[in-house]
Design a protein around this ligand. Structure first.
Ligand code: AP5
Ligand code: MG
Ligand code: ZN
Length: 217
């Protein structure tokens, strides 16, 4: 089962992917998390990615596609994966079709998580993530048991560099311009399922699970 979580920054892709992956024992393939891991290790790709991420722009398609292709080709993705934050452009969506074709796999569905902009800003402004495992928290909506410590791995929590007001605005603009065309792309392919993601975290999970169950043979 290969699922895509499609949605604006702050729509809850990372939060929900973590839950869905646990339920189906699937790997969580999040392009943003992969880039942040490169940033932390100070690889050449990390240095390149930082120059785009810091200003809320997309990392160029060629390097992004190559990174995700390598990840999806690993043996743990043989049974599927939950994709979070990829694809984000038409070129990436077309490349994903080819990658899955080469792997003898196909896309099961695309879950589009709809949330109004003012709610997104509130969510991103209060987000904290784990420096170690990247699990997302929110100071008000999803607080950790102990402030500053990840419930899952004990790692230290911090604010993402790109969760500053100007960068949030740039990311929302980039999403509007470059990623929203994918809604129609997947609608035409008959793969799109819209979820109202402006509900409590548990309610969104339930809505996603209902759809995913309906997609399974
Ligand atoms: P990426 O890391 O993918 O960031 P994003 O798309 O901007 O999405 P976010 O991670 O900000 O939001 P999310 O939907 O995961 O929300 P979350 O669950 O954390 O990308 C970062 C950068 O990397 C990009 O700007 C780009 O530069 C680069 N990049 C990545 N992928 C790329 C690609 N494919 N191509 C090119 N460049 C790429 O939730 C947000 C907050 O809300 C949390 O605090 C959470 O606790 C809270 N929350 C979640 N759900 C709810 C709810 N239902 N109610 C209340 N609060 C909630
Ligand atoms: Mg995320
Ligand atoms: Zn952690």
């Amino acid at each position: 089962m290969h699922l895509i979580l499609l949605g604006p920054p702050g729509s809850g892709k990372g939060t929900q992917a973590e839950r869905l992956c646990k339920q189906w024992a699937l790997p969580h393939v999040a392009s943003g998390d992969l880039f942040r891991d490169h940033l932390k290790r100070e690889t050449d790709l990390g240095k390149l990615a930082r120059s785009y991420m810091d200003i809320g722009q997309l990392v160029p398609d060629d390097v992004t596609i190559a990174m995700v292709k390598e990840r999806l080709s690993r043996s743990d993705c043989r049974g599927g994966a939950i994709l979070d934050g990829f694809p984000r452009t038409r070129a990436q969506a077309e490349a994903l079709d080819l990658i899955l074709q080469e792997l003898g796999q196909q896309l099961t569905g695309v879950l589009f998580m709809a949330v109004p902009d003012d709610v997104l800003i509130e969510r991103l402004s209060g987000r904290r993530i784990c420096l170690q495992c990247q699990a997302p928290y929110h100071v008000a909506f999803s607080p950790p048991r102990e402030t500053k410590t990840c419930d899952l791995c004990g790692g230290e929590l911090c604010q993402r560099d790109d969760d500053q007001p100007e960068t949030i605005k740039a990311r929302l603009d980039v999403y509007q311009q470059q990623t929203t065309p994918l809604i129609e792309f997947y609608q035409v392919a008959n793969l799109l399922h819209e979820v109202d993601a402006n509900m409590d975290i548990d309610q969104v999970t339930d809505a996603l699970l209902t759809i995913i169950h309906s997609l399974q043979p």
